[in-house]
Design a protein around this ligand. Structure first.
Ligand SMILES: [Zn+2]
Ligand SMILES: [Zn+2]
Length: 340
């Protein structure tokens, strides 16, 4: 059956083809890779909405939702190699403090002990004293270039281990959801079919997979800030994650608020003044820098690039007027003209 595929490069239409084979062939020529490889990445791309990156360029593949849904079912029922894979991955808290790391970052670089691919789901089993599956993460870059890995020894328990970790290959994942329940203890997992100990990453299938998956229902990225996620998802997952991280990164956020205060920089509302105690310290932080100006090596400047805004003004900054976003200054002027 022919599946019409649209290929999008950096948010612009690159080409449309009548089926996946044709699309893969053209892409193979464009990217100078084998046709087989392109077939796989086009399929994973349109089925799971997984972008493909070549250096700075982002390629996306789109088919109709119905076609994508049907193919996904097919892939998963047949255990096809392009089906999104689900893994159980151990994390040793005596080596690396994953719990604290996630309290600061939603995106982490992690040892690539298997050939994880973009879109794979990992359930992180925290060993040591905890012995529970605690986190669901999604691989956003299956293999990181050595220059792109962020080495951070803040959460390593042992400097020597940290130094050793620089020899590894890395992938990048984002936190999707977390849960702390005895239902996901080692004992319970064994009752559901887990054999032996969780020494290394293992592919999850069948009942055990379905059991673990059933506990993770939400995506923490969704609904955090109004409008933002659904809107930026269309622009590319990588950017969504990146921008959300700038706005939510607890440290950048704190520096921004230390500098500006918790008053909305557009409409001046202060939640504690308005609502009392319950509003204390509440404010959103908006990332001002336009997406297309962001380079890979970009490090957020909490004072130049971030600004505290109330959720109302924040939502307005993420809406468009005649296809353009308003700046904070423009939005400020808008309020003055409306109320006068
Ligand atoms: Zn405001
Ligand atoms: Zn924002």
């Amino acid at each position: 059956m022919a599946i019409p595929i649209t290929v999008i490069k950096n948010d612009n239409l690159l080409f449309e083809e009548i089926d996946i084979q044709e699309a893969a062939m053209i892409l193979a020529e464009t990217l100078n890779v084998t046709k087989f490889r392109c077939n796989d990445l086009v399929e994973r791309g349109y089925v799971y909405n997984i972008p493909y990156y070549v250096e700075e360029d982002e390629y996306r593949f789109v088919a109709s939702k119905e076609v994508a849904d049907n193919r996904r079912k097919e892939l998963e029922q047949n255990n096809h190699k392009n089906a999104r894979r689900i893994w159980l991955v151990p994390a040793n808290p005596n080596e690396y403090d994953l719990e604290s790391a996630f309290s600061r970052y939603e995106i982490l670089d992690w040892k690539r002990s298997y050939n994880y691919e973009n879109g794979d789901i990992l359930f992180m089993y925290v060993s040591g004293n905890i012995q529970k599956v605690r986190y669901k993460v999604e691989v956003i870059e299956g293999l990181l270039g050595t220059n792109n890995v962020k080495y951070d020894n803040a959460f390593w328990m042992d400097d020597r281990k940290f130094e050793q970790s620089k020899e590894w290959k890395y992938m990048r994942f984002r936190l999707v959801d977390e849960i702390d329940t005895t239902e996901l203890s080692l004992k319970k997992l064994r009752e559901r079919g887990l054999k032996g100990n969780i020494q290394g990453a293992m592919k999850l299938t069948g009942e055990l997979r379905d059991y673990i998956m059933s506990f993770f229902k939400q995506d923490l990225t969704e609904g955090y800030y109004p409008d933002e996620v659904s809107q930026t998802l269309e622009e590319g997952k990588r950017k969504t994650v990146t921008v959300n991280v700038y706005e939510r990164n607890p440290i950048a956020r704190k520096r921004c608020i230390d500098y500006y205060g918790v008053q909305c920089q557009v409409c001046d509302v202060d939640f504690e003044n308005k609502y009392g105690e319950v509003g204390k310290d509440f404010i959103h932080v908006h990332h001002i820098k336009p997406l297309h100006e962001i380079q890979q090596e970009y490090i957020v400047d909490p004072i130049q690039d971030l600004i505290p805004v109330c959720p109302n003004c924040h939502a307005m900054l993420h809406r468009q007027e005649n296809g353009r976003y308003l700046s904070t200054e423009q939005l400020k002027e808008r309020i003055l003209t409306v109320t006068k």
